[in-house]
Design a protein around this ligand. Structure first.
Ligand code: ZN
Length: 163
């Protein structure tokens, strides 16, 4: 299992709903947390490791790990927050982006239990970012054309320098 990066068409697919929350998905989730930790990320969607199904994981600092299966954002605040955003599928670049400051999300956890969560600040941001992945979205889609071009130029340069 590895993290797919920009240019891989799977990242642009719309993920399908999860049908069964079972041992199989829990094994995938455990592996995804390993990848998240190794890459020092805070969130990872299944589609980013090549599984186009609607779930993602989040772990921020010392907080408990969180799993969101078949999530839907049912409410967003009118108030927006401007914050720097990055993505494990575009390693090395970050861009500032406005999003609703708070969200209410409904999902199932890895044990098949439904929950509703109110999130704000960085957690709200990460949830929105990961939900975008499930519809084939990347945060760069939300940048102005100019900002996106700059960021992509920087990304290409970084990629070349790593080769
Ligand atoms: Zn991402």
């Amino acid at each position: 299992m590895r993290v797919l990066t920009l240019g891989n068409e799977i990242l642009r697919q719309k993920s399908a709903p999860v049908k069964n929350i079972d041992g199989e998905i829990r094994a995938v989730i455990a592996k995804m947390f390993e990848i998240l930790d190794k890459n020092k990320g805070v969130g990872l969607a299944a589609v980013q490791v090549g599984i186009p199904e609607r779930f993602f994981i989040i772990r921020m600092g010392n907080d408990a790990p969180r799993v969101f299966i078949n999530p839907s954002i049912i409410e967003t605040s009118e108030e927006l927050a401007d914050y720097e955003e990055g993505c494990l599928s575009l390693p090395g670049v970050w861009g500032n982006l406005k999003r609703p400051k708070t969200v209410r999300v409904q999902a199932w956890n890895e044990n098949g239990r439904p929950f509703t969560m109110d999130a704000d600040r960085i957690l709200a941001r990460v949830i929105q970012h990961e939900c975008d992945h499930l519809d084939g979205g990347l945060f760069i889609d939300k940048l102005s054309a100019l900002k996106r071009e700059r960021l992509l130029n920087k990304y290409e340069k970084l990629k070349k320098s790593k080769k």
